[in-house]
Design a protein around this ligand. Structure first.
Ligand code: SF4
Ligand code: SF4
Length: 312
């Protein structure tokens, strides 16, 4: 079987995605669509286009993409700036415009890698990890590529590579538990404990996520699990939600949580994808609020790390 994974980035030398120095593989495709997402280019599995006006050199006379689109997706304004018609570009499969852009202003998100190709990169990077590092599978949602991922994980385990995952756990329980058998360390997100509120900002209910975490704890999984919460001001930072997370964690013998403060680092990507960003004037959370939430977890004997403070 010639399996391919759709991947939008591979970062060598990551130090916040698990123990030690790691290679982090960002998969395309996500069943959630969080309205504050910092990586919206990861949502679709298949290749799609991104246009960065800031990187475009039209004002320096570049016309390389001028006659490349045969689909009617690309026009130019009076200053010769490219204008994409997103209704057309979101369904494009050829991306001739991007192939002509050497300034990376028009960019195809997602590249296919075979198991062999990805393993070659992982093995190459492993020379830099020293004793504690490994590979982390992130996204998007890595579990969408479960058939491909299980093959990668089996190859990693053959040569004793430490494996980590950053996941929403929003996948069927059989698939989830099968993959987790090969995972040493996991970050699993809880975005909101209320199922309707969860759906309102992520697009899906949280039942499957909770079910999978419970099953993982029941099956004597050998790895280490840190719950992760992206703290979004006005959405999930209230006492009621925080205490529901605490109850859920205690019920399931979970004693580590990482609070990730809301940020807008991915904001510009939304317009580059022809999408509208909802969080330009909401979602902020300050350090004193994060510390207040942290204290609640600590009072309940749950180790709580803010931002990149997770102890590996
Ligand atoms: S993404 Fe496709 S449709 Fe859009 S401008 Fe490029 S080639 Fe044309
Ligand atoms: S080829 Fe790239 S840099 Fe040049 S005008 Fe087109 S989008 Fe801009």
């Amino acid at each position: 079987m010639n399996l391919k994974g759709n991947i939008f980035d591979i970062q060598s030398f990551s130090v916040h995605d698990g123990p030690g120095c790691r290679t982090t593989v960002f998969f395309n495709g996500c069943p959630l669509q969080c309205r504050w997402c910092a990586n919206p280019e990861s949502w679709k599995i298949k290749s799609h286009i991104m246009f960065s006006e800031l990187s475009c050199k039209y004002d320096k006379g570049c016309t390389a993409c001028n006659d490349k689109c045969k689909n009617g997706g690309l026009t130019f304004d009076d200053s010769n700036k490219p204008i994409l018609n997103w209704d057309i570009c979101k369904t494009c499969t050829t991306f001739e415009c991007a192939k002509s852009c050497y300034n990376n202003a028009l960019k195809i998100c997602s590249k296919e890698y075979s198991v062999e190709e990805l393993m070659e990169i992982i093995k190459r990077d492993s020379n830099n990890w020293r004793s504690k590092g490994g590979v982390t599978f992130s996204g998007g949602e890595p579990l969408i590529h479960h058939e491909y991922l299980i093959n990668i994980l089996k190859e990693c385990k053959k040569i004793n590579i430490h494996t980590a995952i950053e996941t929403s756990a929003y996948v069927s329980s059989d698939i989830f538990l099968n993959i987790m058998d090969y995972i040493d360390f996991a970050f699993i997100d809880l975005k909101h404990m209320d199922r309707e509120k969860h759906k309102s900002q992520t697009g899906v209910y949280n039942d499957l996520i909770h079910q999978n975490i419970k099953l993982l704890k029941k099956c004597n999984w050998n790895g280490r699990l840190v719950i992760r919460v992206p703290v979004i001001g006005g959405f999930n930072d209230d006492d009621d939600n925080v205490y529901k997370i605490i109850d859920f964690m205690k019920e399931n013998d979970l004693y580590e949580i990482n609070l990730l403060p809301f940020h807008r680092l991915g904001e510009s990507k939304w317009s580059q994808l022809g999408e509208i960003y909802d969080y330009n004037d909401k979602g902020d959370v300050d350090l004193s609020k994060l510390e207040e939430i942290q204290d609640k977890f600590l009072d309940n004997e749950i180790a709580c790390y803010i931002g990149h403070e997770t102890m590996f």
